[in-house]
Design a binder for this molecule. Structure first.
Ligand code: AQP
Length: 332
């Protein structure tokens, strides 16, 4: 296969129960790509502590996130799955890259600005250098492709800039990665405010659908989703709420906009919202069943973490050694 040797890398923070935004924007695409690429997927717990986490919750969510990856279709036999803090090379490369990342460019990151506004009492240096750690994650594995949602586009551009800058100063070291940003599902919006993205750490639980929400909860949240005062199910400028629900429905049913508009012609938003809820709940049911089974078997999840960390470390250490040599650190 042509792409067999090409590498994809991606990750999700265990900062909450993953949402359908994380699933449709990222994880679902990983599943499709794992046959064609050397696939490496990480639970990025070190990124998660840039926002204050309750330690016991972080620990539990790290297991849950890994279980969700597997339940959603990532096959540990074909993909490397690991936890970021188990491979120390991430923190080590991040330090070196910090010295190639500029204060000005980090200051321009919209995620930093958004999260600083949201967590004004904890604007820590880690939040500021978050994109540098992300660059380290990607560059350690010499990734060719990074499947992420739209919100990560800016961080990915910065990763490319840092890698190019480093290569320019020290000679060819890092492969320059491309983004893989899906259409339609690249930005699933909040159900409460469809001009914002859906986030797992939104304090309003009705703003997101978690992958573990039961059928009644999914139906209720879809029914309550903020829409406009029109009643026609049709994609159009200014109908952010309906456009978002159409995206979600399309992702779970495979239907086109024209098919959706025809299906709900003259029926109003209520019927459509119920259908969206049903489609999402049906789509999540098999993931939830498998998730519940996996969470009963912590020893299995730990064996995946351990094996994944060993494989990841072998690859990451090679890149890190090269970087240390290039910058002039003495090797013993
Ligand atoms: N709403 C979304 N639509 C499409 N893709 C999304 N992603 C996140 N939200 C959406 C994609 O999911 C991956 C993992 O994201 P992350 O957990 O590392 O960080 P995030 O982007 O900050 O996600 P959240 O849910 O908003 O987390 P919190 O609330 O903790 O900040 C990425 O590929 C992202 O693009």
């Amino acid at each position: 296969m042509e792409n067999q040797q090409k590498v994809i890398f991606s990750g999700v923070q265990p900062s909450g129960i993953l949402t359908i935004g994380n699933y449709l924007g990222a994880i679902r695409n990983w599943v499709g790509l794992q046959d064609d690429y050397r696939s490496i997927f990480c639970v990025v717990d070190m990124h998660a502590i840039t926002v204050r986490q309750t330690p016991a919750d972080l620990r539990r969510r790290t297991y849950e996130t890994l279980a969700i990856y597997i339940a959603a279709g990532i096959d540990p036999a074909r993909s490397t799955l690991f936890v970021q803090s188990h491979v120390p090379c991430h923190a080590e490369l991040a330090w070196v890259l910090n010295c190639s990342a500029m204060f000005g460019e980090l200051s321009r990151m919209t995620q930093f600005k958004d999260k600083s506004a949201k967590h004004a009492d904890n604007i820590n240096a880690g939040l500021f250098t978050y994109p540098v750690l992300m660059a380290a994650d990607i560059l350690l594995y010499q990734a060719d492709l990074v499947p992420v949602g739209q919100d990560q586009r800016q961080h990915l551009e910065l990763c490319r800039d840092i890698a190019n800058r480093f290569n320019g100063v020290y000679g060819e070291t890092f492969r320059i990665p491309d983004g893989y940003i899906p259409t339609g599902s690249a930005k699933i919006a909040s159900l409460n405010d469809p001009t914002k993205k859906m986030s797992k750490s939104d304090e309003n639980v009705n703003a997101f659908i978690s992958l573990l929400d039961d059928r009644d909860t999914v139906l209720r949240k879809c029914k309550r989703a903020v829409t406009d005062s029109d009643s026609e199910v049709r994609r159009a400028e200014g109908k952010d709420g309906i456009n978002n629900l159409m995206n979600i429905y399309a992702c779970f049913t495979g239907k086109s906009d024209a098919e959706i508009e025809r299906e709900f012609e003259g029926q109003g938003y209520g019927v459509f919202k119920t259908a969206v809820g049903e489609a999402v709940a049906d789509g999540l049911a098999p993931i939830q069943n498998e998730f519940a089974r996996l969470m009963q078997d912590k020893a299995y999840l730990e064996s995946i973490m351990r094996e994944g960390a060993e494989t990841a470390f072998r690859i990451a250490r090679k890149t890190l050694s090269k970087v240390y040599r290039k910058v002039g650190f003495v090797g013993l």
